[in-house]
Design a protein around this ligand. Sequence first.
Ligand code: ADP
Ligand code: MG
Length: 682
Amino acid sequence: MRKASARSSGSRTVAAKLNKLGIRREFDLVLHLPLRYEDETRVTPIANTPPGLPVQVEGTVRSTEIVYRPKRQLISRIEDSTGELVLRFFNFYGSQAKALEPGATVRAFGEVRTGFFGGEMIHPRFRALHGATPLPTALTPIYPTTDGLAQAALRRKIEDALAHAQLDDTLPEEVLKRLGLCGFREAVDTLHHPRPGADEEALSGRTLPAWMRMKFDELLAQQLSMRKHYRERKAHRAPALEPPVEKARRLTSALIGRLPFQLTQAQQRTWREIERDLAQPHPMHRLLQGDVGSGKTVIAVLAALRAVENGLQAAVMAPTEILAEQHLRKFSEWLLPLGLEIAWLTGSQTKKERGSARAAIASGKAAVAIGTHALFQEGVKFRSLGLAVVDEQHRFGVAQRLALRTKGEESHQLMMSATPIPRTLSMSYCADLDVSVIDELPPGRKPVVTKLFADSRRAEVVRRIREACGDGGQAYWVCPLIEESEQLQLQTALDTHARLRKEVPELDVGLIHGRLKPAEKAQTMAAFQTGRIDLLVGTTVIEVGVDVANASLMVIEHAERFGLAQLHQLRGRVGRGAAQSVCVLLYQKPLGEAARKRLRVIFENADGFVIAHEDLKQRGPGEYLGARQSGEPLLRFADLAEDADLIEPARAVAETLLAQHPVSAERHLERWLGGRADFSRA
Ligand code: ADP
Ligand code: MG
């Protein structure tokens, strides 16, 4: 906003309203594009108005009155040379009644419907004409607005901004030509003032070349911002980690030699990608994606060993204690035989335990440190951190990950995610990272059989549990998600636990939920792992990472309340052993449309990437961005599903601009992002 007008309290409230719309600077008004358009370039004779379609009429007011039958309303009758029309208002201001005084000429815009006394418009937009008023020559834009900011006032502000904004192009002519994009000025002009006769379908469907240009520009700004961060990071220095020359010191080779299995093709490829990054003298920031059970852990272990065989330490951080414990178990299994020491650090430890872990980390006695958030608290000092592994990275805030990074000046970072991120999403929102994907499961996995049961068949499900556990198997029972109340969710888990204990008295039924102390949780998990618990009842705390190969049955109660990603994660807890696994989705009727769709997707698909793609379509990108999503709409115009074809060219153009036209790159960023928080993570 221009400063001069921001003084009075009136314009301060206007500024607040504009701010709500994401409009902070004058140029943001140029980028505030219409939701739709109305055609006020023509006047339709009253007798010819088609029912149900928006039209504009012009006539002279015959009478205007406020009546109270059945409730207070303003009724104005207007006529032109062809007929008569009623304008009816249920909410109105005195000034409106006054503008409609008999004899006035008015233009009204709205849909005509057939009322008791002939044609009428309810709540039309109208204005009284004073003297000759030529019809507009462009369609009238209708802008997204907010309470208390009138369309007309917003439109005036936008017109004002358009009149003196710099609209020259930020893209080189050659790029526009190659991609077949129209100029920026042309795009802005077309979208704010489309000529009548413009392809209205392409206009409202946002497929017009002008729209494509705006979407491209937006995606380009995102790419520029993220790739800039990427390039800046590549300018930092980090220890180059290469395999030791001396064969006997190669811990990575030693581990690979001892593995009870062969790495899959996908694991080998991702390990090569990581190896190549680590050998660079610049910090790696690589996201390792892989569906549940695809074998990410062993890759993380290899990366950690690469740091250790170079005389540096590795840290492994997980978002929950259960997950961290699991890493501790896996890492121990593989590292202890190699004679390495691991430090374990969590919030639930005694002061003494924490003290000795910290000492081992500081002295370098511990080659690897594993833990939760406790790893990046004050007072944790690494002797020489070479690599930080961050599991389920989207669960951590930016600040937390940064805190870990500063522990070792410039360490490499390997982030892991078991939530498959659709390619379009990772191409755009993760453009500041390198991405590796393990897109193959270890051989011999039997796909989980998914069954959909209405709640009324619960007894049958309990019978299945009895059979599965009677045969020496184990099962999970996931209690419903209750978003409104954690308390209620806990209560449901307690009730379900009590009920199942009665229903299957011969089984050991355990209970796990978020309110348990970490030590109690760990105890329960250990009991399940060793088979002392047959049936584990729990809330979604068992969603991520829990790995008990003997568990082959999972029941999810009120499955209709869960999101797709969550269902997929939960289902991934079974199907890890040799036995045929089953996942029973219990649902309560009646099912809403969205829930029915979700259950269908999860029932029909096993591939996490397919499910993620559906999830993205159904819920938008917010779910995947976790801590990155600040509430600010990230992409306003481009749609990752519909405009997927624009992402790759935007990435390519971003690279070209940053390398060859840095001034244009800066201008483009300034135009699209201006003062606002940029797209990238820190
Ligand atoms: P996630 O990617 O979900 O973290 P894990 O790393 O926990 O998966 O691996 C799941 C299971 O598969 C583990 O028991 C692991 O030891 C095993 N595993 C990993 N890689 C292979 C492989 N190439 N062949 C056979 N089993 C493997
Ligand atoms: Mg894992």
